[in-house]
Design a binder for this molecule. Structure first.
Ligand code: GDP
Length: 481
């Protein structure tokens, strides 16, 4: 194990030149960028009066994020909602309408600004947090990075247009993330609105709304005429109650970066959604490979605040560099610890990049071996696209029969048509492979698959397809069988 002189100095919060000077005194001619053995590093650190705590690489992040079952007092927290649906069905209009109605009636003075998320109060007084970037691209990008932000998905379906391709995609994304859906049937003001048709069409995608005897909440709304928006907020809170959302408050904050930018005047600005604990001005935070001391916090109304609790979106100023959307945020006890963690992550990132550029690409078998076990059973997750509904159904039927106690295939999304970028991002977020039957991937999807190392397999004979998956699955069986 080795460490650079610079990094050692950073971890000790000492000047690198002083470390070099000490090394020179011991007869070693060394530059700041050179690496030294960890034993030497330990001697130097002790010489400079530091207590050394040697940690294994994997221990660096130890304790950074609290276990959810920790004994801190849990209190109810507002739900975090993402709006999804087909283009032009009114996602943006709905987000704007909800916010406007709320701010106008509120005391805040009506100044709103886009920071990536906002919070409103339902008529009952309960709060709801909305992610201000509609659509499943952002949602899935977050999830691919392991960030679970959304508690509830609002699926917007225009009553005059019905279920469309991106509606179906949104359903697949929400289901893969195991996030409950509330259906907002929008544009109910239009003369050609057919809300009943929306309800029936959703049945084909296993969404049974309450008025048809199912358990998916539905609300008819008009973003344009601001109809039933309060009812929608009420339904969100009802669903939140069922989910029993809780978080600790009086503990070090944890959260997720929703968006981040470099502002000319203010430096790096990150919108953080707090997930547990409370973030205070002056806290030392790490996010991905960036860290900083919180200089200022701003609410979604652009007002300075001193702290932010669970489910609150807040603008954080003070990061040394711009973190990335999806980065997990944690408060640490010291600047030295923040440096240690970010340096470690930066190194991991570089190693990963190097591995990627050497063209390491997983085979179907390798992909499967990485898959997590659900209840002791290995699951081979797949996205299946085909040319006609009949063959897609036949493929799914055959694949589902392949399972045994140890391993099973699970189709998380299927559909008719070419392979799209959305299929790839869903596969990436869920650790799935993508199968095309008599269809190809479009250019964007191919690029995305190359970039993310997602395997796409093409077939034109169902038997070959099923046989391949079977072969790959048998490679996953434990050796003693
Ligand atoms: P997005 O692509 O899903 O974000 O959809 P937009 O919010 O941009 O809306 C697309 C179009 O539908 C715009 O011209 C809106 O004015 C219109 N629209 C949105 N909601 C309603 C509604 O409730 N009623 C009517 N009549 N038009 C709406």
């Amino acid at each position: 194990e080795t460490i650079t002189v610079q990094e050692l100095a950073n971890r000790m919060s000492e000047r690198a030149v002083d470390v070099v000077r000490l090394l020179m005194k011991q007869g070693q001619m060394i530059k700041i960028t050179d690496v030294i053995e960890s034993d030497t590093a330990q001697l130097i650190a002790e010489e400079m009066g530091h207590t050394v705590r040697r940690v294994a690489e994997s221990d660096v992040e130890e304790g950074l994020f609290a276990k959810s079952d920790d004994e801190a007092v849990q209190v109810a927290r507002p739900p975090v909602v993402t709006i999804m649906g087909h283009v032009d069905h009114g996602k943006t209009s709905l987000l704007d309408a909800i916010r406007q109605t709320n701010v106008v009636s509120g005391e805040a003075g009506g100044i709103t600004q886009h920071i990536g998320a906002y919070q409103v109060s339902a008529p009952s007084g309960d709060k709801v947090t909305f992610i201000d970037t509609p659509g499943h691209a952002a949602f899935t990008a977050m999830r691919a990075r392991g960030a679970k932000v959304t508690d509830i998905v609002i699926l917007v379906v225009a009553a005059d247009d019905g279920v469309m391709p991106q509606t179906v995609e949104a359903i697949a994304h929400a289901k893969a993330a195991e996030v409950p859906i509330i259906v907002a049937i929008n544009k109910i003001d239009k003369p050609d609105a057919k809300p009943e048709r929306v309800r029936t069409e959703l049945l084909q995608h296993d969404i049974v709304v309450e008025s048809l005897g199912g358990d998916t909440i539905e609300v008819e709304v008009s973003a344009k005429q601001k109809l039933n928006l309060d009812k929608l907020l009420e339904m969100i809170n009802l669903q939140a109650e069922i989910l029993d959302l809780k978080a600790a408050v009086n503990t070090a904050a944890e959260g997720i970066v929703i968006e981040a930018k470099l502002d000319k005047g203010r430096g790096p600005v990150a919108t953080v959604l707090i997930q547990r604990g409370t973030l205070h001005q002056g806290d030392i935070v790490v996010a991905g490979s960036q860290w900083g001391k919180v200089r200022a916090l701003n609410s979604d109304l652009g007002q300075p605040v001193t702290d932010a609790g669970p489910s609150a979106p807040v603008e954080v100023l003070g990061f040394g560099g711009t973190p990335e959307a999806g980065d997990r945020v944690a408060v640490v006890e010291s600047e030295a610890r923040a440096r240690e963690i970010t340096a470690y992550r930066e190194r991991l990132r570089r190693e990963k990049q190097a591995a990627r550029s050497t063209g390491a690409r997983g085979s179907l078998e390798q992909m499967m071996s990485q898959l997590k076990t659900a209840e002791g059973r290995k699951e081979f997750t797949l996205v299946v696209k085909g040319d006609v509904q009949g063959s897609v159904e036949a493929i799914i039927g055959s694949l589902e029969k392949l399972g045994n106690d140890e391993v099973a295939a699970r189709v998380i999304h299927s559909g008719v048509g070419g392979i799209t970028e959305s299929d790839i991002s869903l596969a990436e977020a869920s650790g799935a492979a993508v199968i095309g039957f008599n269809v190809r991937a479009n250019v964007q999807a191919r690029d995305a698959a190359d970039r993310d190392g997602i395997e796409i397999r093409y077939y034109n004979i169902i038997y070959d397809l099923v046989d391949d998956v079977k072969q790959a699955m048998s490679g996953l069986l434990s050796p003693e069988r």
